[in-house]
Ligand binder design. Structure first.
Ligand SMILES: *Cc1c(COP(=O)(O)O)cnc(C)c1O
Length: 381
């Protein structure tokens, strides 16, 4: 029982002998009241005041000019990519260390992902790896960045703020600008995370957040597109609501749209959760600090703290084990003891669908893949 100390420490944190999940939602505010209001009004579906209110709350909190609510984060990312012009003639540069949704959204646009490395410290897309890849493999053609090997346009760069830790997004934005590539942030995990005083998701052309059940706050299922570009925001709302042209009674749709609008019921939950966001973030920050102190006494386990210049939401706390054997032992011992832990995702380029994808050297991603484990991170009593 090599890790008994740490497992007991987690038990003491959550003050229970029951199973401890990685991240469970908490409903401590107006959730039930708003849901009842919704039901009483009969506006439970894609129209209603909570959808507008939820959008306004997220825009205000993040500092984005516009926010458009969607059925989930994957849908938000899909539409964000589509709106910056990603299609079958494109390739999209992203990180191999991410949740599958990033690559699914790219694939829904009929584009192909390309993988560049991550930073060890942030676990997010490395500006140096991005720049090296662009320098070596692309050329500018008619004002667009084109892959020299495939002749395809680089349609977007999609960095992801892993577990809520901001990547070095300002440098990435600067590179994208230089190469004229739209920057689409996968900020699904980083509501409440800031980089150099600016909220994640506001550095690029457009970004996506997720409100899935396991995220920092939840709407059951839900997502949000944010942007400062009014035209893009309008297009986002249009194509997520079946591209219906406003008319008092006629059904006229001017392109292939999607039924991606967040229902009012889910948005009601979202409004109540947004009201509690600061409290939730403070609770999670305290948990992270407690973990940091605990692991500072354990030379064999390194706690992943917030990167330089960043304020993390600490969505999922992560630790780095010495090697893959140590990781496997830690995973087995903790899960056997009813304390949920999970390894970081398998690298996207190792999944069957993306095996053929062009990759930069991925040393940091591979190093992290072998060692990183998430530990319980939900709001504590
Ligand atoms: C959660 C998540 C998404 C979106 O997921 P949904 O479940 O569709 O809301 C996208 N990207 C990443 C990295 C995520 O963690």
């Amino acid at each position: 029982m090599k890790y008994r100390d740490t497992i007991e420490f987690i038990r003491s944190l959550y003050d229970t002998n029951d199973f401890i999940p990685l991240h469970a939602p908490v409903f401590l505010g107006n959730e039930k009241a708003y849901l009842n209001e919704c039901i009483d009004s009969t506006f439970v579906s894609s129209v209603g005041k909570f959808v507008d209110r939820f959008e306004a709350m997220v825009a205000e909190f993040t500092g984005a000019k516009y926010a458009v609510a969607t059925v989930n984060g994957t849908a938000a990312l899909h539409v964000a990519l589509k709106l910056v012009g990603v299609d079958e003639r494109c390739e999209v540069i992203t990180q191999p260390l991410t949740f599958i949704a990033t690559c699914n959204a790219i694939s829904y646009c009929n584009a192909k992902p390309l993988f560049v490395d991550v930073d060890r410290e942030t676990m997010g897309l490395s500006p140096e790896s991005l720049e090296a890849f662009l320098k070596e493999h692309t050329t500018m053609r008619n004002g667009s960045c084109v892959n020299k090997t495939t002749g395809k346009k680089i349609g977007a760069v999609v960095p992801m703020h892993t577990f809520g830790h901001p990547c070095r997004i300002d440098l990435i934005a600067e590179i994208c600008e230089r190469y004229r590539i739209p920057l689409v942030e996968d900020a699904a995990e980083s509501l409440g995370s800031w980089y150099k005083g600016r909220h994640t998701g506001t550095f690029g052309t457009i970004a996506a957040f997720s409100f899935n059940g396991n995220k920092t706050i939840t709407t059951g299922g839900g997502g949000m597109i944010v942007t400062d570009d009014e035209a893009l925001a309008r297009r986002a709302k249009h194509i997520t609501t079946t591209a219906k042209v406003p008319h008092p009674y006629e059904y006229i749709h001017d392109e292939i749209g999607y039924n991606y609008r967040l229902p009012n019921l889910n948005a009601a939950l979202g409004c109540a959760q947004m009201e509690k966001l600061e409290e939730i973030l403070a609770n999670k920050r305290q948990t992270a600090e407690t973990y940091r102190k605990h692991f500072s006494q354990k030379p064999e386990i390194a706690f992943v703290g917030e990167p330089e210049n960043a304020k993390s939401n600490y969505w999922l706390n992560a630790v780095v084990l010495e090697n893959s054997d140590a990781r496997d032992a830690f995973l087995k011992e903790s899960n056997d003891a009813g304390v949920m832990t999970r390894p970081i995702w398998r690298l996207m380029n190792r999944l069957a669908m993306f095996e053929e994808a062009q990759c930069a050297p991925l040393e940091n991603a591979q190093w992290l893949e072998e060692r990183v484990v998430n530990i319980p991170s939900g709001v504590r009593p």
